[in-house]
Structure formats: C-alpha cells, structure tokens
Design a protein. Structure first.
Length: 801
C-alpha cells in the first residue's frame, strides 16, 4: 500500500482527508490487502478521547476510503499487539453496548455541523447505524470483518441510496472516524473532539475528492405477510377462545429529491412489538408507555419539536371505550370492546435541504372502532367508541449560524361524526454564540380544542398557551442555566401530545461542575445544584418549591456512584389528585434522596443497584430498592435480570368520590410492589437469534383509615366510610422471539407472547402463593409468524443502462 499519512491541516485547523474514485469496487470480505486499496490515501494518527485525552492511541489504526458511482467503500486495519484479547460479543443489529471492539465512520454530508450518518461495525461483525438527528435510522449496507495475528480489519460498502447529500458536482463533507478498544475502554478519534461541548461535529475533519456523484433513485419497498393464532382463556368456551388471522401490507420509501424522503406504511402489523410494562395506576394521570412500533420510532425526532407529539395517541385506546358499559341496557352485556383503534395507514415526509431547512409532514388515519353488545335474546348491536380520525403534523426547522436553529410546528386531529377536534401550533429557537459556549433557548405553543356542543350543534373553542425560556453556559467545566416556564389552565395538547399538568408558572436556576479528565482515583465526575419554584398560574398557590443537589463519580476501575438529594421546602397545593375541578389537597413538603452504583460492564458479571427513600412530616415513608445483575456467559449467550422492591407507608391517596354527596374520600394507603424482569439472548450467528423477555409485576395495597377532603384542602377523619378498596394486582408477560435476517433488510420472525392480568380485592402475603395464583388465572397466548422482504430499486437496476 502507498503509505501517505494524512496529517494535513485545514486553514481552520481541522484535519483533511481525500477520497479516491475507483474503477473497480473492492470485494467486501474483511481483507484489506486487495490491489484496489493501494490507490487510496492512508488515514491514521488517531488520538485518545478516553481515557487519556489527547494522547496517541495505544494501538495503530489505518483507514482507506474509495468511491464509485454505486457506493462509498471503507477499509480499516486495527492493529493490536494482543489479538487474543480482542473482545467479540455477538448481538442483534443495532445493539448498543456490546462487549466488543468496534470501528465506526461518520459523514456530515451537508458539512453544516447539524447532522451526520454513523456506520459502525463490531469486531464480532455486528452492524450498527444511526444519524445524529435520528438514532433509529436503519440503512441496508454491507460489511465484513476478519481477525488475524496482527489484529482485526473491516470493510464496508455503503450505497449512495443510504445517504442524503446535496446535488452538486463537487462534494465537501465533514468526516469523523473512531476506534473503540473495549478491554481498556479506549475511545480513539481521527479528528479529536473537545469535552464538555454540546456539538462535537464542529471539530470533525473534512472529506474532499467526491466528484460527479448523482443522488440515486431512492426507492425501496418492504412487503410483509403475517399469520397469527390467539387463544384467550378469559372468553367463554362457547364463544370461541381461539382465533386466527392472516394479512399483509407494505412499507414504502421514496426519495422525493436528494434531501427529502417519503415513508409510508399500508395496513401495518404491530403484533410482534415488545409487550408493554403494564402497571396499576392510582394517580390522576394516564400511564405513559414507550413507543414500540417501528414506523413511529424511525425518523420522528423532527416531529418531536416543542414536545407536542406523543405517537401512542395514533392507534391508541378508543375515546369512549370506558363508557361502553354505560351504553348497555339492563338486558345487554359487552361481548367485544377493542382496546386499540385500527391504524389504516400512515406516511411521513422528512429531510433537510442544503439550505439548512428541514421539513417534516406526518399523516395517519385510524378507522371507526366499535364495541359489540348482545342482549339476552342473542341480538347484537354495535356502539361507536372511536370515529374515523385523521392525524397531521407539519414542522419546519431552519438551521442558523453557530449551530443555532429555529422551528415552527403544527399538529391537528380531525374526527368524524361530531367528535371533538384539536389544533396546536408551536415555535421556538435555540441560539448559540460563535464558540458554542452560551445558549439562549425559547419556545411556546397555542392550543385550540374544538369541543362539539350537542345542544348548539356547533363547536365551542377552548384556547390555551404555554411558553419556555432559558439562558446559560453550556460548555466547559462550569455550566449554569436560568429558566422560566408557564402554562395556563386551558392549555391542552393531549389529542396528539401528552401533558399531565397545566396551570403553572415555574422559575428555576441551576449550576453544574464537571471533571472530564482523571484526577487521583477519579476518572470523571460531575455535580449539580438546582433551585426551582412552581406556582399555580390562576391562584398563585405554591405547587412545589424544590431544592436539588447531587453528584456522580466514575473511578479509574470504572465503578460508578451517584448520589441525589431533593427537598420540597413548603406546603404544596395539588389540584389534580382530588379529580374534581376547583378542589385541591394540601400536602406537606418532603425530603428524598437516592444512592446508585454501576460496575464495569466489561466483566463477565456486572451489576447496577440503587436505594431511594422519601419522607414527610405526616408519617409518609417510601423506599425503593433495585438490583440488576447481568451475566455474559459467552460471546453468544447473555442474561440480564432486574429486581425492584418499592414499599410505601402512610400515603394519603385518593379513593373515590361519592356522587350523591360530592364527598371526596381519601385513604391512608400502605403499598408494596415487587417487579422481576429477566431477559436472555442466544446468538446462533450475527443474523440469527433467539431472545426471551419475562416480567412479573406484583402491586398490593391496603387502607387502614379513611378521610374526607375538606374545602380548605386538608383531610378530616371519616369513620363512616367502610368500603373495601384493598387490591392485589399482578401482570405476567413472556415474549419469546426467534429472528432471522436472511438477507439485508429482510427478516423472518416467529414470536410467542403470553400475558396474564389479575386484579383482586384480597391480599396474598406470600410471594410464591401470589405467583401461583397469578399463573392459575386466565391467560392470553399469541403466536405469530412474519415474513418481511426488502426490495431496493438501486440494487435491482445496478449496472443496467
């Protein structure tokens, strides 16, 4: 090979790399000794980002870059003086944190220091890719690795269809390359970044030499076919406990131009997504679950500007599902009441042009959802629980100088059949100085809720607003911030967003101190101090006056510890827990704190753990203990276990409201929850895996006293109320997943799900007796098989005409 080391310096002081066009594409087999690589320029001279910042990497890395009309090619040679110590844990595609060495290359294709593509390959051959703006980004590309007596090597072939870049005859990109040596946690970079700064892209090098590259036709189709069987023991045998289904659909991606892409899903199937961590919710607010559906996880960061989008609204619980029982007559029973609306189709357009303008448009439709009621004569009728609904989001995000930006977003929900509609418009900006050390941030939104009035046959409009502003220092060892946030009592974005509490004004300030370089036994550390005051927007009563402090330390042996302390300094007015407009409960201030630890994940056995406690002046005492060991049996077999115990004494919680007297009842609650989660994975090879996830959640509670809520917000003992509100709640879930990526972007998956939900009014004290009782309850079993095949236009027509 031609040994031409590139230490060239740009006028700005950054590193420069030149890529070479090749007439013959390299064979992607992990061997970097092909003749074609001799024409490429050698890139080396990696420096440590961690653990010894700025020092030369302990092992030599050499990288070569080529391109042609079809793809960009990367060859990296990772020399290692101890090749038998190269770590090679296997995992699924995009698994982060594998106990393995890796090499990655990153391209800022618009050279605007705003976004970049990352392509990473572990020494075990596992691929991982993402974008700075979208960690769910997935592309289809090739790679191969080899391990030998000199170290290990990797080759990559990244097709142009996997990238978005400007349509220009001469391309200039930002470039970064990284090597990670897992056994000593060494992170070495080709263009060394700075620590304690919000944007690392400003320190990347420059890639030149790309010429006459035409943005390809970006068109791919991923059809799927799925079959499933379901057995529900909670259904009467006469009604049929077993059901079967089959269906098909497709995902379509079209590059509208070199910058913007249309993603569409038609008749999607989400039956194989991971089961939710269901809990018993005693609060005044709905339970928020993480998004598991791929379409709503991929390329959606742009739509989350302003915090107006909660994707689980689309295809969520029908609006009137809980009112179905009220619709039944005395002779009717509910025989079917769907828990989710059906998503018919969804599409999104997103991308950022070379002028720095990002545009996003998301549209989705859900169909009419009906519950079925049947009378004692066997006559059935349907009741509408959710109408045909159209969801829309439009967002514009303009990149400005110094990595600053400004955005505008609108969300809307349009429902048929005289149901309520909603519209929310928001905007904001993020301004940094030239050195990216100080930042001013502001945002706001206006909500409009169109509530249908049956008497007037028209809509009443409810308008509200919110805003947020902050300023501070965002880089360096010492950082600080000041902020103000407010939301009036009529702001409501919950048709397509999620807001639990409105009606507040909050002011706060905080300082942080970071230690980025090793000092004594410390590898790194951070500490913070914050003070905030939140009051009601309408009454100006105190909602919370909070002092927070904490610190985190990582030692040289990679043991980490954290400590946090919180103190609520005054009585708090809670306007939500009573579940009645205009009423409130006054709660005392509290003190809480936690201790946490995490051991070195390089070890075969590692663990995390924590202890959290909270008390107040009225006898409330809550504590939570968690312990999570993880065992790497081999490079192919991995187990993870998590245990969590939470015990709360003397919490005054809402029980019910007596309709006849409007009396609000509270109870002195003693609760205990136990959660056990176990997961395991066996990798047959990089593209073939069997994984298990199992969770048991047990939550029980008793009441020993009851109270009535007085108008002044305090509780009065109530000896007349004697209803039994004790509970013993259990959920058990098991997901067993077999996955085979038989071709790039194409999968065959078989999933078995087992689910139990049990809610009783009697307490079981023994854990084993309770578990046995839960497993004897009605179970829901589902097995599904899904075949998904990726078809790419560029691959089919590669080399034709």
């Amino acid at each position: 090979m031609i040994v031409v080391s590139v230490f060239a310096i740009r006028p700005e002081g950054g590193r420069l790399a030149e890529i070479t066009r090749t007439a013959t594409p390299p064979r992607i087999d992990g061997l970097t000794d092909e003749d074609v690589w001799q024409n490429a320029m050698l890139l080396s001279g990696f420096l440590q980002y961690n653990p010894d910042y700025g020092r030369p990497a302990t092992q030599t890395t050499e990288v070569f870059l080529l391109y042609d009309d079809a793809a960009i090619y990367v060859a990296a040679r990772m020399f290692d003086t101890a090749p038998d110590s190269i770590l090679t844990q296997l995992g699924n595609r995009d698994d982060g944190g594998l106990n393995a060495d890796w090499f990655g290359v990153q391209f800022d294709t618009y050279n605007n220091q705003l976004d970049a593509y990352t392509f990473r390959v572990y020494a075990s051959g596992v691929q991982m890719d993402n974008r700075v703006s979208d960690w769910t980004y997935d592309a289809v590309w090739k790679s191969a690795v080899r391990i030998d007596e000199a170290g290990w090597s990797v080759e990559m072939e990244i097709p142009w269809s996997a990238l978005r870049f400007p349509s220009q005859p001469v391309q200039i990109w930002g470039l970064q390359m990284q090597r990670y040596i897992r056994r000593n946690r060494e992170d070495a970079q080709w263009a060394l970044g700075h620590k304690g700064v919000p944007n690392q892209l400003v320190y990347w090098g420059t890639l030149v030499g790309l010429r006459d590259i035409k943005p390809p036709v970006r068109l791919s189709l991923t059809p799927y076919f799925a079959v499933a069987g379901l057995h529900d023991q909670s259904i009467e045998e006469a009604a049929g406990r077993t059901a079967y289904s089959f269906g098909g659909g497709a995902d379509l991606k079209i590059g509208l131009n070199e910058s913007y892409t249309l993603d569409m899903t038609l008749f999607p199937d989400f039956s194989q997504v991971k089961s939710d961590n269901k809990v018993k919710n005693l609060s005044a607010f709905e339970t928020v679950y993480s998004e598991q559906r791929p379409f709503f996880n991929e390329a959606v960061d742009l739509f989350k500007q302003g915090g107006l989008f909660y994707s689980r609204r689309i295809g969520g619980v029908p609006l009137l599902r809980d009112e179905t029982e009220d619709s039944a007559t005395s002779t009717e029973v509910v025989i079917e009441n769907p828990a989710q609306t059906r998503l018919l189709n969804a599409m999104k357009i997103s991308g950022r042009g070379n002028n720095g303008l990002a545009i996003g448009f998301l549209n989705a439709f859900t169909g009419n959802t009906y519950a079925t009621l049947e009378n004692n004569q066997g006559t059935a009728r349907r009741v509408l629980t959710d109408p045909f609904t159209n969801y829309n989001i439009v967002v514009l995000d303009q990149a400005l100088r110094n990595n600053s930006s400004a955005y505008l977003i609108n969300t809307s929900v349009l429902r048929s059949k005289k149901f309520d509609d909603a519209n929310v418009t928001g905007g904001g900006f993020n301004l940094l100085n030239a050195k990216n050390t100080y930042r001013i941030n502001a945002s706001g939104a206006v909500s409009q809720k169109f509530n249908f009035d049956d008497e007037r046959s028209d809509y009443n409009v409810q308008r509200g607003y919110k805003y947020y502003a902050s300023a501070g220092r965002v880089s360096g060892n010492f950082q600080f911030s000041l902020y103000r946030s407010a939301m009036n009592d009529s702001y409501d974005d919950n048709d397509l967003g999620i807001t639990h509490r409105n009606d507040f004004i909050e002011n706060g300030a905080g300082i942080n101190y970071y230690i980025f370089e090793p000092v004594g036994i410390l590898r790194s550390a951070n500490s913070y101090l914050r003070l905030s005051r939140q009051t009601s927007f309408t009454t100006r009563k105190n909602l919370n006056f909070l002092l927070q402090a904490g610190a985190g330390i990582t030692y040289r042996n990679y043991l980490s510890n954290w400590v946090n302390f919180n103190s609520s300094l005054a009585e708090r007015y809670d306007y939500y827990d009573p579940r009645t407009e205009g009423r409130f409960i006054i709660r005392p201030g509290y003190i809480s704190g936690d201790l946490r630890f995490s051991t070195d994940y390089r070890r075969l056995l590692a663990a995390d753990g924590s202890v959290w406690m909270s008390i107040d002046s009225e006898g409330y005492y809550s504590r939570t203990y968690s312990f999570s060991p993880r065992v790497r049996m081999s490079d192919k077999l991995f187990f993870d276990y998590s245990f969590r115990l939470a015990v709360t004494d003397n919490y005054k919680g809402y029980v019910t409201t007596i309709d006849s007297t409007s009396q609000i009842i509270y109870g002195n609650r003693i609760t205990q929850s136990v959660e056990n989660v176990m997961s395991g994975r066996f990798m047959f090879r990089n593209n073939l895996s069997l994984s298990l996830w199992m969770r048991h959640y047990w939550y029980r509670g008793t009441y020993d006293k009851y109270y009535s809520l007085a108008e002044d917000g305090y509780l009065i003992p109530n000896s007349n109320y004697s209803e039994n509100n004790d509970f013993n709640f259990n959920t058990f879930n098991l997901d067993l997943v077999f996955n085979w990526e038989f071709a790039p972007g194409s999968n065959l998956s078989v999933v078995w799900k087992n689910s139990v939900v049990q809610d009783d009014a009697f307490i079981i004290d023994s854990f084993m007796d309770n578990l046995d009782h839960t497993l004897q309850a009605d179970q829901l079993n589902q097995i599904s098989v899904k075949f998904l095949y990726y078809i790419d236009y560029s691959s089919i027509f590669k080399g034709r005409g």
